[in-house]
Design a protein around this ligand. Sequence first.
Ligand code: C5P
Length: 331
Amino acid sequence: MTGLVVRLAPAKLNLTLAVVGRRPDGFHDLHSVFVPLTLADRLSLAAGGRADTLHVDGPDTGPLDDNLVLRGIAAARAAVGAGPGRPATPALAARLEKRIPVAAGLGGGSSDGAAALDGALEAWGARELVDDDRRLAAAAALGSDVPFFLAGGAALIEGRGERVQPLRGLTSGEVGVVLVTPRVAVRTPDVYGLFAGAAGAAAAAGGAGDPSIRQSSEHLAQELRAGLDASGLIARAGVLAAANDLRRIAEFIVPELIGFRRALMRVTGRPIAMTGSGPTCFALYPSHADAESAASSIRTAVADGTVPSPGAGPPGVIVTTIPATNRENAS
Ligand code: C5P
């Protein structure tokens, strides 16, 4: 049993998100390029108590029993199994410092779940006993986005999220990112649920989205497999802003998101993309400092009403980066 295990659980961006088809199990097959961000939650795990516990510092993450941290620990315990030759899996006290906006399309809950799964195995000294396939299956059972976070870098995601192909990603520099999260609820199941219905063409095409989005996603995956530098990624920002099949569905559910995104485009003079099923919008910059100065313009524009505040208050504005990966041998 190791002492204290501390993990950073990064947020993610979907640089592209193509819906490829609807599956018999009701989920959707995707082709999506994911990158981790520097913005991260911090999870610590220590043995103690009679049952697993969780303390969350930060924004309300909903009922603790549903939290992916506790579910991740339980999944790790099930993967280790009990019986002769298996290590003990004592109760863990988890503490989560939450920095990633919740239900925002940034994968925060899924990342916490992956960190808990992997961190619990480490705390029990059981990482070697659970092979990669088993860990991946346990992660996929926690949620569609969880397997990505086990990979630790840029990746092409296929299937409903369980097929993770590491990409070399950003070869040099870092890309500044401004995240703007309006205070509206866009539930992921609602977005996927409306996808086939609201998009008549998608129903006719077996649940697939716009073929040009799929093409953009394939092209970016190919480029990031070899590696792109920061300026190469920023040069593609316009294409990426149009490369999410779920954006128009989120904007169909919350029409105010259309004016919100257009106002952000006017204020920043940049393409504005949406991550996942939303509602977080983002813009890319050559440096953290450039992203900081854009963020301050956005805050001013929110305060004077030039950028509207759909929902329950002003949007959250966060500056972060896409870090360069040091992965050399991604397939
Ligand atoms: O797996 P997760 O709990 O994140 O998925 C939430 C919901 O999003 C699912 O119930 C499903 O309706 C939808 N979904 C989907 N296809 C995916 C991922 C999620 O239809 N690839």
